[in-house]
Design a protein around this ligand. Structure first.
Ligand code: PLP
Length: 426
């Protein structure tokens, strides 16, 4: 049986398949560059695992306090080496990316301090952590003030506004690498480095923290390579490689990471406690696979942009743009088209492919939200998924794919559903 015949059995027409093949032809050079980055990052991870002499004995489970957990401690040194950082905290006790970021912020900010976002409003969940939206236990309740410098209309950094927003109380600058669900562009690692240099030129002792969610392994360098004091992210995104079922990481200068460990467990205990509960094989193997998994997700994002741009749908970033995260948005223009797109992503999933996503209410959103995901790890967004609020311009945010070939099929099936409903002209 030919491949397209196999795909036909899965609901994909020959016409959509051919359209995909045509879009792919122009992407060969991009894909080669992505593979070279993945090879580079794979070498970084391998080298760190070898340097730290990881052995089969380091996968052993610990329970209770977790004192002297060598497997856990070595994993943290592997992360620190890959991120070119002095120290790392990598724990299943960090429940998600927001928790990792909240830990890093609250550990390094004290009453009277100010925190500055020089890249506009931070990710939704961080707004409650900081207290931009009133929330119990927010930093605002503890007397930490927030300032913000918005990006320029074109998406560039407004250095004059950043300088004006920095005061003698500015203790920490929080820089979000990925656009998240905002309309602004994602920052490259080089741009982050420039921004950090600028902030430190204004106030040399300011702590620069980067929300690195969705950005890990997209480039050869990480924010900690270009001066970030802390880089923070989630293990159910890129660095977990799809295998980590929970967790978060904080990498950076030892003094700041130590404080994060004291905040996460307790003052005086810090990094010494925290049993691994048998999760280390997934953390190690996921990190080992992460460069390749991220490359697959990146190819999927670029393929989606190329395919949908070719059909006249605005895509952000554009197919030809350089990338620094794995998020792709496609403006579909109508609720019906969003539903069709998400049904296609769902139909391609290895798990729950038979489910039909429908819009629903979500806490924190003023419009209904639709989500498609058929994932091995609930909520994992390094696995193929699509979501978006049902409101103009009716954009779906698309990300992940543990393998490029799965991402490709998901994108093709999304177009199939649009074509079947008469919402896209092939
Ligand atoms: C995912 C994400 C977070 C954290 O979200 P969690 O769902 O708590 O893991 C924070 N910032 C950005 C930019 C993200 O993409």
């Amino acid at each position: 049986m030919e491949l397209w015949e196999l795909y036909e059995q899965m609901g994909l027409s020959r016409a959509v398949y051919e359209r995909g093949e045509a879009a792919l032809e122009a992407l060969e050079g991009r894909f080669r560059a992505i593979d070279r980055t993945a090879e580079y990052n794979q070498a970084k991870v391998l080298s760190a695992m070898q340097k730290n002499r990881i052995g089969a004995n380091h996968f052993a489970a610990t329970t209770g306090y977790g004192y002297d957990d060598d497997g856990r401690d070595r994993l943290e040194r592997v992360y620190a080496d890959v991120f070119d950082a002095e120290a790392a905290l990598v724990r299943p006790q960090i429940t998600c990316g927001t928790h990792a970021l909240a830990t890093a912020l609250s550990a390094n900010l004290l009453p009277g301090d100010e925190v500055l976002s020089p890249v506009g409003a931070p990710y939704d969940t961080l707004q409650e952590v900081i207290g931009i939206r009133r929330s119990p236990c927010s930093l605002a309740e503890y007397g930490v003030r927030y300032r913000q410098a918005d990006l320029l209309p074109g998406g560039g950094i407004d250095f004059a506004a950043v300088r004006a927003a920095m005061t003698e109380r500015t203790k920490l600058v929080t820089i979000q690498r990925s656009r998240g669900y905002a309309a602004r562009p994602t920052l490259s690692v080089a741009q982050i480095g420039e921004l950090i240099d600028f902030c430190k030129s204004v106030k040399p002792d300011v702590v620069c923290m980067v929300d690195n969610c969705y950005g890990e392994f997209v480039e050869r360098l990480e924010p900690t390579d270009v001066g970030a004091d802390l880089a923070v992210g989630s293990l159910i995104k890129n660095p977990g490689g799809g295998l980590a079922p929970i967790g978060g990481y904080i990498c950076g200068k030892k003094a700041y990471v130590d404080r994060c460990a004291y905040r996460l467990s307790a003052p005086g205990l810090g990094q010494e406690v925290g049993a691994n509960l048998g999760i280390l094989p997934a953390f190690y193997q996921g990190f080992f696979l992460a460069p390749t998994v991220t490359a697959g997700a990146l190819k999927g994002a670029i393929f989606a942009a190329a395919l949908y741009e070719g059909l006249g749908f605005p895509c952000r970033p554009a197919a030809s743009e350089e990338r620094s995260d794995i998020i792709q948005s496609v403006e579909l223009g109508s609720e019906a088209a969003m539903l069709a797109f998400c049904r296609g992503i769902q139909a391609a999933a290895p798990v729950d492919s038979f489910a039909a996503p429908v819009p629903g209410d979500m806490p924190g959103y003023d419009s209904q939200v639709i989500m498609a995901a058929g994932a091995f790890v609930q909520g994992s967004s390094i696995e193929l998924s699509a979501d978006g609020p049902i409101r103009p311009p009716y954009a779906v945010y698309f990300q992940g794919g543990l393998t490029w070939h799965h991402a490709k099929l998901g994108i093709l099936l999304s177009l199939q559903k649009l074509a079947d409903a008469g919402l896209a002209e092939l």
